[in-house]
Design a protein around this ligand. Structure first.
Ligand code: NAD
Ligand code: MG
Length: 398
């Protein structure tokens, strides 16, 4: 019997950031059931070859590269396919605003904000992987989603777990929402070695395979800080009801503690196709190719408190969330600039937190750090923070 909650296929789907880690995991699920999906738009930054291959494989209507320099390659690679090609940031925004049932927002960084906002105008569901949208302009995004009656489903594994464990009818009884963190590759590294940690060490995540930026964020625990801000906007709770628990096995993804003493959790193999599949098929559940979790083989799960001295980025993000206004937006932009420079070998690992802290101080001193009320305000604040962070970086270059 068909489930009355299950919308009739095929459903119209767009994937923003289709060539990335989340994008390719999404496409893996979609390609297993082509009869269920009409792929409308796929977008990427500059990899025209990979995007064209993807667009052809799923028969997309439209493929867009953000980098105008990649347009000729995209056009050539799509020749004879009947798939439309376009380029430039505004073309990505237009692609996001094509009429769909669901948009997977999986661009990395604040570059995902404008397309995520644009998607709200022409879809019913946004499956949000791009946490930077909420960090940069969470009040704006959630307000627009509510106004347009768009459902925001969290792809991020912790938030997806919490979404599953959260009884929204019992929000007053929620004592704490807990995000788990693996602790990354440097959880037990001697502190005196931290300054010399190279990008290739930081890119070795113990459990998850992800894009480069989020992998570095996981090594500094900035990722968990960004996720606290993300959780605040998704679930409407303040820092007083948000917690972080280090859990090196990454089996429990998130927990909700209720006032009656119950602690509800979601467990699973560390494979993003579970939360992505959950969002794609919501409100029903369907099989995914993810290996079932064998708890007996795992034997034990362990937990620790996060070490904020070792991971100052977590404390900086918590302070930005507590202060509010535009501080999370500045924190995010500064972190993006710092991570980019760290990956390029220009600054050291410990300079990431220093850059973020100095940028926050200098940005606050300008008096321009207000909560962004529009995309234009968010873009202006993001630009300001990037300029300041770039200056700070020049003082840290080794
Ligand atoms: P990734 O680097 O693997 O892929 C990013 C995608 O965005 C690519 O398709 C790239 O072409 C596109 N892109 C990059 N810059 C762009 C720009 N300026 N304009 C337009 N498109 C651009 O990243 P990812 O790991 O897939 O992460 C995507 C988002 O999902 C991030 O916000 C990340 O924090 C979040 N997330 C990722 C994971 C994971 O397992 N990878 C887990 C949870 C959350
Ligand atoms: Mg996560």
């Amino acid at each position: 019997m068909t489930d009355p909650r299950d919308p009739a296929p095929p459903r119209r789907l767009s994937i923003l950031g289709a060539t990335g880690s989340i994008g390719t995991s999404t496409l893996d699920l979609v390609q297993r059931h082509p009869e269920r999906w009409t792929v409308v738009a796929v977008t990427a930054n500059g990899n025209a070859t990979a995007l064209a291959r993807t667009a052809r494989a799923v028969g997309a209507e439209l493929a867009v590269v953000a980098d105008p320099a990649a347009y000729a390659d995209l056009k050539a690679a799509l020749a004879g396919s009947g798939i439309e090609a376009a380029a430039g940031p505004s073309a990505v925004i237009e692609a996001a605003a094509r009429s769909t049932d669901i948009v997977v927002s999986a661009i990395v960084g604040a570059a995902g904000l404008a397309p995520s906002l644009a998607a709200l105008a022409a879809t019913r569901i946004v499956a949000l992987a791009n946490k930077e949208t909420l960090v940069c302009a969470g009040n704006l995004f959630m307000r627009e989603a509510a106004r347009r009656e768009v459902t925001v489903l969290p792809v991020d594994s912790e938030h997806n777990a919490i979404f599953q464990a959260l009884e929204t009818r019992n929000m007053a009884a929620v004592a704490e929402i807990i995000l788990t963190a693996s602790g990354g590759p440097f959880r037990t590294t001697p502190l005196e070695r931290m300054a010399a940690l190279r990008p290739e060490d930081a890119l070795k995540h113990p459990n998850w395979s992800m894009g480069r930026k989020v992998t570095i964020d996981s090594a500094t625990l900035m990722n968990k800080g960004l996720e606290l801000i993300e959780a605040h906007h998704l679930f409407g709770v303040g820092l007083d009801r948000l917690g972080v628990l280090v859990h090196p096995q990454s089996v429990i993804h998130g927990l909700v503690r209720y006032s009656d003493g119950s602690l509800l959790a979601e467990l699973g193999s560390p494979d993003m196709r579970t939360p992505i599949g959950y969002c794609l098929d919501w409100p029903v559940r369907r099989p995914t190719p993810v290996a079932p979790l064998d708890l007996a083989a795992l034997g034990q799960l362990t937990f620790e408190k996060p070490d904020r001295l070792r991971f100052p980025c977590l404390a900086l993000a918590e302070a930005a969330l507590a202060e509010g206004r535009g501080q999370p937006c500045v924190l995010n932009a500064a972190n993006e600039i710092a991570v980019e420079n760290y990956l390029a070998g220009r600054i050291g690992y410990t300079d990431i937190a220093v850059t973020v802290e100095m940028t926050l101080d200098r940005a606050i001193a300008t008096g321009a750090v207000a909560d962004p009320g529009s995309l234009e305000e968010a873009t202006r604040l993001d630009d300001l923070a990037r300029r300041i962070a770039a200056e700070v970086v020049t003082t840290r270059i080794r």
